[in-house]
Write a protein that binds this ligand. Structure first.
Ligand code: ZN
Length: 312
């Protein structure tokens, strides 16, 4: 008789959807499920549904056994296993997610914020396998980050280390979703790029600047020669490179990985980001920090990242 193979469940709790993946020891995702997070007004009902999905998988696949559950979630707090005041979720306040799941499983359950989980995914399954010091930056609806130093994720005193998206890069700058002004996220997220584009348009083509654009549309415009779209990408890259140069100073990374929707515009952004970073780096770091795009498969990164919290 062969022993059952251990499987880790990776859960990515997003504002819109939650992804659940069953990951084997070779990082293969054996099965993927998703559910609409927004449909669950209270976390208890959400947990019951996720538990049902997990039990169903193991009932149907007796040759696998559950090794642990890793959860990536916005504002996930690894110290307490809680989601604390996540602005993008319907559940307000502090949600004891690990405790809720622990009623149903005896296995290890770990929760952290989604960017930290993805950074760990890069270390275990992606391009950072041989690296002990790197910074992982997610560029999407928001700007998030995970910092790996000496081979370990930096969590900090409260568990909230690595909020690099909310480092203020412009004094008294644009209003940020966090309520403050001038954060990196207000400029270098997808929405920040669109805003920069509209600002550039409003200086000349007033009528156009009232239209609604997505980051994808700005990308396509830039590719077809729209100079305002190209300029918006350059300005975004310039500010990001400047910020990255400062980030380098506190953890001296071997590489910085870019991930997420905007990172897909690497053909427009990567070189200008690198140039801005190099121009602003302290002499001792110049030419020593690699700027790379994440090698995690886009669709599975969140699941693998969450699963990486447990390891296999
Ligand atoms: Zn902010």
């Amino acid at each position: 008789m062969t022993l059952p193979d251990s499987v880790v469940v990776g859960i990515d709790v997003g504002g819109t959807n939650t992804l659940i993946g069953f990951v084997d020891a070779e990082a293969n995702i054996l099965c993927r499920k998703s559910l609409s997070t927004k449909e669950y007004f209270n976390p208890q009902d959400f947990v019951i549904e996720v538990v049902r999905i997990i039990h169903y998988f193991f009932d149907e696949n007796k040759n696998f056994k559950l090794k642990g559950i890793g959860i990536g979630a916005p504002n996930g707090n690894i110290h307490h296993g809680t989601i604390d005041f996540a602005p993008n979720l319907e559940w307000k306040g502090i949600i004891p997610l690990v405790e809720l799941f622990a009623q149903y499983f005896e296995t290890e359950i770990i929760l952290t914020n989604d960017a930290n989980a993805a950074a760990l995914g890069e270390k275990i399954y992606g391009g950072a396998k041989a690296m002990d010091d790197f910074i992982f930056i997610t560029l999407g609806t928001g700007v998030g980050s995970g910092i790996v130093s000496n081979g370990k994720l930096v969590y900090g005193y409260q568990g909230f280390a690595g909020e690099l998206g909310h480092v203020i890069v412009v004094k008294d700058g644009r209003k940020c979703a966090c309520g403050r002004k001038g954060c990196l996220e207000a400029y270098c997220s997808a929405g920040g790029l669109v805003k920069t584009y509209k600002e550039l348009l409003s200086e000349t083509v007033i009528a156009e600047s009232d239209k609604e654009f997505s980051a994808q549309m700005v990308y396509e415009k830039a590719k077809t020669g729209d100079i305002y779209a190209q300029k918006a990408f350059l300005q975004t890259a310039d500010l990001l490179g400047f910020a990255l140069a400062n980030f380098v100073a506190f953890s001296n990374p071997q590489a910085i990985f870019l991930f997420g929707g905007l990172a897909k515009a690497a053909d427009l952004m990567l070189e200008p980001i690198k140039e801005a970073m190099e121009n602003n780096l302290l002499q001792i770091y110049k030419g020593k920090v690699q700027l790379l795009c994440s090698s995690l498969p886009e669709t599975d990164a969140a699941i693998l990242g969450a699963a990486a919290l447990i390891g296999n």
